[in-house]
Design a protein around this ligand. Structure first.
Ligand code: HEC
Length: 154
């Protein structure tokens, strides 16, 4: 290896090593059974598990972090999805929504599954259990419409 290449290589390693000191705050608060959507509505199986494994990493306060999520800059990439996902929809704060927003959340939930926009493609590449089948998408969509109707009647 040429001398210059060696210096560039060592420089890169040093930068990557330094980056490891800069990590986003981790998103893993304990579940609050008073606020969490799956808890509050006592969601039945298999819906609860499907939603937990396909959506909760970005739409709740309980992300399950894979090992590479500790490595900067990946950690920042994942964190951006978590922050943006929670901004739109945070199931951990479900009880804080008013009636209209709860209904809206269940309607959007169905739309995202129907349109296939969620879970994010980059997420499904790595999380095999989040690759929902067409049947799973349909049943989750029906389920969320039922939930929206229930909230309407409350
Ligand atoms: C890897 C992170 C991630 C996962 C997993 C994920 N989402 Fe999202 N979600 C996002 C982000 C980021 C946004 C913000 C909008 C955007 O950037 O597309 C979002 C936005 C949304 C929205 C708002 C409206 C829209 O469609 O843009 C809904 C509804 C939604 N997600 C539903 C779901 C559902 C249902 C699941 C599980 C089946 C899911 N998401 C899984 C990251 C994720």
């Amino acid at each position: 290896m040429g001398r210059r290449l060696k210096i560039v290589g060592l420089g890169l390693i040093a930068v990557l090593a330094l980056l490891q000191f800069f990590q986003p705050e981790r998103n893993n608060a304990p579940i609050d059974p008073e606020l969490d959507m799956l808890e509050v509505i006592a969601a039945q199986e298999p819906m609860a598990s499907l939603i937990r494994s396909a959506c909760y990493d970005c739409h709740s306060n309980q992300t399950i972090y894979p090992w590479y999520s500790r490595i900067s800059p990946f950690s920042w990439y994942l964190n951006k999805h978590i922050v943006k996902g929670k901004e739109d929809l945070n199931f951990s704060d479900y009880s804080l929504l008013d009636k209209a927003d709860k209904i809206g959340a269940f309607a959007d939930f169905c739309d995202a599954l129907d349109a296939g926009t969620m879970p994010l493609q980059s997420y499904m590449l790595i999380h095999k259990d989040a690759r929902l089948t067409l049947e799973e998408r349909e049943s989750l969509c029906n389920w969320s419409e039922t939930q929206a109707l229930k909230v309407m009647r409350e």
